[in-house]
Design a protein around this ligand. Structure first.
Ligand SMILES: [Zn+2]
Length: 118
């Protein structure tokens, strides 16, 4: 069992490749996995899109991965990932989700400035 196959069931390994996203920098200027599709009942992994983001806004999709969280520690999230073919529908969905998040953030910041002046 290699590092990339650990934790995934045979079905999920079969539909994905050994290519892992590796570790990535999380945060507003880093990368983030967005979306959740085709959740697997056997190994509880799901398909997510890895986005390159700027100020929390998704800029460019890096690719789709079968993603499985293995734990959370002080350094961030531990996860396993295996590349799957790009899912255009999921990429579109997570992109609009990012825009929605952006609108909400702008609205909150705007409200804070507005009420802060009173
Ligand atoms: Zn599975």
């Amino acid at each position: 069992m290699t590092e990339t196959t650990a934790g995934f069931c045979e079905k999920c390994i079969a539909e994905s490749t050994d290519e892992s996203s590796g570790s990535y920098r999380e945060g507003l200027f880093g990368h983030e996995f967005k979306g959740e599709a085709r959740k697997c009942p056997a190994c509880s992994s799901h398909v997510a899109v890895l986005w390159k983001q700027f100020l929390g806004f998704p800029v460019k999709p890096v690719g789709c991965y079968r993603y499985k969280m293995t734990g959370v520690n002080f350094g961030g999230t531990n996860f396993l990932s295996r590349r799957v073919p790009d899912d255009a529908e999921l990429i579109g969905k997570t992109r609009s989700g990012g825009i929605l998040t952006m609108i909400v953030i702008i609205a909150i910041v705007g409200a804070l400035i507005y009420f802060g002046r009173k």
